[in-house]
Design a binder for this molecule. Structure first.
Ligand code: TXE
Length: 480
């Protein structure tokens, strides 16, 4: 069976203690490779390599650094098919999604930050007749990047690209549930001429290697995307060490639909925002609020479309949805369907596992699920399910829907459907969310700030925000 390796100091290597964990293919439920279960000793080696590489990488001209990162992005593009196949196999998502979204976006992430750094500038503040302040922004040093399983290379590269572009060396860990594309990245870095030790990629469980990254005193900043509980644990460890922290956590995003929306466009986009990537995107709109006058019309049309959505193996070109990421995640999602029933909800469609024919009979397939009749403040409507489950709830007034939309501990994103411009501004302004889409969903411009409020996280990624996070400003004053 294939054994993945860590990538330290420009070379692939085995974990020092020789421990491995199983890597499952969600489409079949079978183990198909082994992942190093690294620990603090591997982190120590990676930090040592990064420490040596830092003077070389941080002092390299920005143009040269940029060229290497552009080559990295081109390297992924040149191996597009290999990356697409690997991402789909590792995660269970349809091949078409990996080909159209995940891997192209990873290419763009590297390209975007490789070129953004060429234009990154700092400020100066003149004090008339007194002197001038100028601010320099320097790389932090060694930074830790920890990413989740839902959009594996997409989110991994979203962190490591700005970290590297800003001149840092990294010790990065993809999710142990979906390690494969990050594993492939080592080869591409070698081909791109990335100096040894700049990019170190370690595999393994959060509680072993992830925790060791967070605890290492020479790793000065942590950029994390994942569950809110994990974010809390990381913050607890990192805060007393005064590490810089960027935390992108969970969401329970509202999708608010007014009667005056473009119904057709809203309906097809709402299918996407509910179930894309099997509902495993932190930006999915899992609480759908519909103005009462169109509630029944919406319910009928939506449920009809959801009920005919094709759930199939990821290689099937007809598949609109593939497998969810793991058995335990599937069980978690199904347990929320049971909870919803206990809380008085009615399952309008879905709520069950899908059994495909061999060799996919052991895979983790779920029917997309729509539930109605729940109170806005019940657990099903407050906790992140992170799967193909949405609830629908009618509303009467703007005040009502805003109260319900803002009622969770989360505040990542929100979607709003209306053709009333004034209302769109009014509601967008009052939504407690870091990102609001009006008459659209998941339209992303990499220059914009990305992140949430409340329990959805701390800090912003994207554009200058990411480059600011991965640099340390120093203000220097000189007297006239
Ligand atoms: O995420 P974890 P899990 C949510 C979603 C999901 C839940 C749990 O609701 O059901 O979180 O998913 C690493 N120190 N999201 O358990 O554990 C871990 O190895 C350092 C939302 O898979 O947060 C992985 O690399 N690292 C979400 C990463 O953290 C640790 C995406 C994320 O895993 C660690 C994923 C520790 N103590 C899940 N423990 C989003 N916002 O996009 C774990 N890790």
């Amino acid at each position: 069976m294939e054994k993945l390796q860590n990538f330290i100091n420009g070379e692939y290597c085995d974990p020092t203690k020789g421990k491995y964990i199983d890597n499952y293919e969600p489409a079949t439920g079978k183990v198909y490779s082994l992942i190093p279960n690294s620990d603090e000793e591997d982190v120590r080696l990676a930090v040592e390599a990064a420490e040596k590489a830092f003077p070389i990488w941080s002092k390299m001209s920005i143009e040269e650094r940029s060229k290497i990162l552009v080559k990295l992005s081109e390297g992924i593009e040149a191996r597009m098919d290999e990356f697409v196949q690997a991402e789909s196999k590792d995660n269970g998502k349809p091949l078409s999604l990996a080909a159209n979204v995940d891997i192209p976006r990873a290419v763009s992430n590297f390209h975007f930050f490789a070129t953004a750094i060429l234009h990154f500038a700092s400020e100066s503040h003149n004090m008339e007749g007194v002197g001038i302040n100028y601010t320099v922004r320097k790389p932090i040093g060694i930074v830790g990047c920890i990413s989740p399983w839902n959009l594996p290379l997409y989110l991994f590269s979203w962190k490591i690209a700005p970290a590297l572009a800003a001149g840092n060396c990294i010790v990065a860990k993809p999710s142990e549930v979906t390690p494969y594309t990050a594993y492939l990245l080592g080869k591409v870095a070698q081909e791109a001429g990335m100096p040894s030790g700049v990019m170190n990629i370690l595999h393994g469980e959060g509680r072993s290697v992830g925790d060791a990254i967070v605890k290492h005193p020479k790793i000065k900043a942590i950029s994390f995307t994942g569950g809110t509980q994990t974010g809390e644990n990381i913050a607890r460890t990192a805060a007393p060490m005064f590490k810089k922290l960027s935390l992108e956590l969970g969401g329970k995003n509202p999708n608010i639909i007014f009667a005056d929306c473009d119904f057709k466009e809203m309906l097809s986009t709402t299918l996407q925002s509910s179930f894309a990537n099997q509902g495993q995107i932190c930006l999915c709109g899992s609480r759908i609020f519909v103005e009462r006058s169109i509630y029944n019309k919406f319910k009928e049309a939506f449920v009809k479309r959801v009920a005919t959505t094709v759930v199939s193996n990821p290689k099937d070109p007809a598949a609109k949805m593939g497998a969810v990421v793991s058995k335990s995640h599937m069980e978690k999602v199904l347990s929320y369907v049971e909870l919803a029933k206990e809380e008085g909800g009615t399952v309008l469609t879905g709520g069950v596992q899908v059994n495909l024919e061999a060799p996919y009979d052991g895979g983790y397939y779920l029917r997309p699920t729509v539930i109605e009749g729940l109170a806005f403040d019940c657990r099903t409507n407050q906790e992140e399910i992170f799967g193909p489950v949405v609830t629908i709830t009618p509303f009467d007034t703007e005040e009502d829907v805003l109260m319900m939309a803002n009622s969770t501990q989360y505040g990542l994103s929100a979607t709003l459907w209306t053709s009333d411009l004034k209302r769109a501004h009014r509601i967008a302004d009052q939504l407690q969310a870091g990102i609001v889409w009006i008459n659209a969903w998941l339209v992303r411009d990499l220059r914009t700030p990305f992140g949430g409020v409340k329990a959805s996280g701390v800090g912003r990624e994207g554009g200058w925000e990411a480059l600011r996070f991965f640099t340390e400003p120093k203000n220097i004053f000189i007297k006239y």
